[in-house]
Design a protein. Sequence first.
Length: 118
Amino acid sequence: VQLQASGGGLVQAGGSRRLSCVASGRTFSLYDMGWFRQAPGKERELAATINWSGNIAKYSDSVKGRFTISRDNARNTAYLQMNSLRPEDTAVYYCAAKLPSQELYDRWGQGTQVTVSS
């Protein structure tokens, strides 16, 4: 599966943004999906994950209650709805995929920049 992330941009603090990750191929529904982010000078961190069927979602403490991960397997697309954005959410956001049997994410999209202005 190949991934293409989009939806980044400049947003004011308190605003919202929705990221999309479109997957190629017909096996998207087999993969767990994750959204990661990397802020300048910091390591990449996991923001949210969703399992292959879409019924289990998990969040990092830093985004819990503000971000929502979802997926539409019929459209081969995963989403990250980001609300109540803060300047510290500024980062390059990456979508990633892995098979449920794998521990690590091994398929990555190219990243999309989200900048939150104060």
